[in-house]
Design a protein around this ligand. Sequence first.
Ligand code: AMO
Length: 439
Amino acid sequence: MKPDPLGDWRRTHFSTEIVPELSGEEAVLMGWVTDIRDLGGIKFFILQDIRGSIQVTAPKSKVDPEILDKINSISKESAVGVKGKARAEEQAPRGVEIIPSEIRVLNPAKIPLPLDPTGHQKADLDTRLNSRLLDLRRPKSQAIFKIKHAACQAIREYLISNGFIEIHTPKIVRSATETGATLFPISYFEREAFLSQSPQLYKEVLTGCFDKVFEFGPIFRAEEHDTRYHLNEVLSADIEVAFVTKEDVMGVLEDVLVEVFKKVKQKCSEELKVLEKEIDVPEKPIPRITYDEALDKLEEAGKRVRWGEDFSIPEQRELGNIINGAYFVNDWPADLKPFYIMAHKENPKLSHAFDLLYDEIELASGGTRVHQKEVLIKQLKNKGLSPKQFKYHLKNFEWGLPPHSGWGLGIERLTMALTGARNIRECVLFPRDQKRLTP
Ligand code: AMO
């Protein structure tokens, strides 16, 4: 029987817990070897773990020859365990190093490596995504995902502390919620089914029993856009609230955005430094302009958009330059928005829908929903959809579904705004786009 590779070893300290004050204490560290140097009389390597790194120093005069042989045989990015004593040393990074008494190679890395995880040698995004595990050990990649994590935590904590209940809705569905053009069909036994584009219809229904709901989940979009802002699988944070209008949920979104920026600024200063990114917490109230006002602003800037057309990225960038930072665009043409959005009573060409933008990126959209069955049937038909397909959904409207409103926020686009990543693929562990289905 092969021995357990860890034996009786378990990590006693993370790299950053080793500080000069611990000089003389024994520790067991586990991680990856990033840099190995041989200065003749002394060998070094850097051990990296999730918290940071520590220098392991093996002077020939002080350590067993067996250890020196082991260091000679280690390849970069191998997983290792190191037992040794901490020693305060001014020359070492962070003023402390480990003098090893035993090294266990837990899993050797095969060389040559397809990329250099220290980031010293640049690799293109495709190469990095193909060897994502190695890429995710790069300090910049680590920083992006730690910031994404902090952002998700801030959203969750804010919503839970404000009375929202977390829901989990099906991702295999029967019908479209957004536009039918972006549905991914799947084979579901003998029937046709699709990957969910949004928890939209379920979250609306659940306001009828849970009042305030939220979901973090994947949304799937068969979009053919090949841009640095589009993915085919996205992480979305969705909310839906009973007995309120879009003004109220815009207030929630404003609070969430400010909270996220605040928390990331507070908790992720190291990560922001690694990314050389400074963030400004948006000030409340976040500016609100109507679609019509946006057209006027663009026209003043020499960009004419016909009423009823969506904004292109350059037009959004222009608006972002004019308004500077985060802003809401309100009251969109109904034709540009999905069937479940309520139209203005006095002018049905306009809808109670909004988008939240940050510079040139659309981060979120939402609105006041239709809650009357007849109106919803009419709007389904206007969009060329068959009410029959929505039979079960429509039933709910006969059972006292309250007036309700909500929004969906794209987490990868939010991460782009927080980290300054230029390509949305940097903000997903394993992106799905038209060309990429693996790894
Ligand atoms: P919408 O379709 O605008 O609205 O999506 C909401 C947010 O999700 C993100 N997003 C995307 N991000 C990257 N690539 C994509 N292909 C992509 N598609 C969407 C964006 C976008 O603002 N049901 C409504 C929300 C609601 O009204 O509650 C919806 O899905 O950040």
